[in-house]
Design a protein around this ligand. Structure first.
Ligand code: HEC
Ligand code: HEC
Length: 335
């Protein structure tokens, strides 16, 4: 029998196609779809992930050494900020959007609220070079890293060569971001039949499946599309969302459907942080849907929820909180 093993492996490889082999360091949770990130172009290693993590927490990425990625993406709130509606960057400059949580990015085809970025390996340039965020040049970051003993050592450990390059810097940051997988909430345990919802959570889950899941689709709690969920256009930022990228008027007021994992922790809500809590979000879906040409067809019909329904729905949403994720020492400030 043993002599057939190599043949069996070969047949399996052909069957799955070599390109479908996911990185050995990346564990896809049971019954989840395949990640969209192509790990072949940036195979994970513990050293590269550690380098990326070190960079994520280091204000060296900003012009004046005051802002790190963590300034707007804090682990204990699932890698977002909760102290203001839109984010604050260098010299207290105020940005025009709320920072999203950083969760399960290996499954994200489009990044940013309007999908302006298609590839996570290119993502970090945006905050580094944004004048309201870190206001630095990637080339200057690379030069600073090449002058640092600490980073020369870390690059050597990761790449077998102590030179920092733009590509290595960005790809290491991606590696860290890709490891931020949240799949151990109560909801996940219930799906794995290791725990049970209580009566309220169960009722909330039933309501969620009929009212919200078309867009906030399990198990990622987003379908990855751009939708207009009926927010009244804001008169201050005048943010049209997706239309900024496509210039297509059918995309006006559409934003990327955000995941709802860890939603209990990531207030305030929406691209501009307009709602302080989940009660306000539900009040929006039941009472203040703003009718416009691009309003999603799924929200044309009024959503009716009584107080008990709303409490049940919120009880369900809280089962998406993943304590292990926000306390995972592998994601925290590197020691
Ligand atoms: C000043 C605050 C700020 C800093 C600093 C910052 N970000 Fe962000 N981040 C944001 C905001 C705001 C958005 C949403 C931007 C948009 O939609 O236009 C965002 C979006 C993202 C996204 C897209 C997530 C998604 O689901 O679409 C990723 C990934 C990300 N940031 C990673 C980083 C990394 C890595 C760094 C450090 C290199 C960083 N951020 C620094 C505020 C910040
Ligand atoms: C038609 C698609 C659609 C449906 C249906 C829908 N949502 Fe959303 N949801 C969105 C979009 C798009 C956003 C982001 C909008 C923005 O910020 O401009 C969003 C944002 C949210 C947010 C804020 C997330 C964050 O990180 O800021 C919460 C919470 C939320 N929805 C909960 C729900 C609940 C609960 C339901 C069911 C009652 C629901 N949604 C139904 C598309 C939808």
């Amino acid at each position: 029998m043993k002599k057939y093993y190599p043949l069996l492996v070969l047949v399996c490889c052909i069957f799955y196609g070599f390109k479908n082999v996911i990185d050995p360091l990346f564990k896809v949770p049971e019954n989840w779809p395949k990640p969209v990130y192509d790990f072949k172009k940036n195979p994970l290693s513990a050293e590269k992930i550690f380098l990326g993590r070190t960079l994520f927490y280091d204000p060296v990425l900003s012009r004046d050494g005051t802002i790190s990625c963590e300034s707007c993406h804090l682990q204990y709130t699932s890698f977002t900020h909760i102290d203001h509606t839109t984010s604050h960057g260098i010299e207290g400059k105020i940005g025009n959007r709320n920072s999203p949580v950083l969760i399960n990015l290996a499954w994200s085809r489009n990044l940013m609220w309007d999908g302006s970025i298609h590839h996570i390996d290119a993502q970090a340039i945006s905050p580094i070079e944004n004048p309201l965020e870190m206001d630095e040049k990637l080339s200057h970051v690379v030069s600073k890293l090449n002058h640092s003993q600490k980073y020369r050592k870390l690059f050597y450990q990761a790449y077998g060569d102590s030179t920092a390059t733009g590509e290595r810097t960005l790809k290491s940051i991606s590696q860290f971001l890709l490891t931020l997988v949240s799949s151990d909430s109560k909801y996940d345990k219930v799906m794995r039949k290791a725990e049970k919802f209580n009566e309220y959570e169960q009722k909330g889950y039933e309501l969620f499946k009929v009212t919200c899941a078309v867009c906030h689709t399990e198990p990622l709690f987003t379908n990855g599309s751009f939708e207009n969920n009926g927010l009244e256009p804001d008169s201050f930022f005048k943010d049209g969302g997706r239309i900024k990228i496509t210039r297509n008027k059918n995309d006006s007021l559409k934003f990327k459907v955000p995941t709802l994992r860890n939603i209990e922790l990531s207030y305030p809500y929406m691209h501009d942080g307009r709602f302080k809590n989940l009660q306000m979000v539900l009040f929006h879906y039941t009472n203040t849907i703003y009718k416009s040409k691009t309003l999603s067809k799924h929200l044309q019909k009024k959503i009716i929820l009584n107080e008990q329904d709303k409490n049940n729905l919120i009880a369900f949403l809280k089962t998406l909180t993943d304590e292990k994720f926000i306390r995972n020492p592998e994601f925290s400030y590197p020691q």
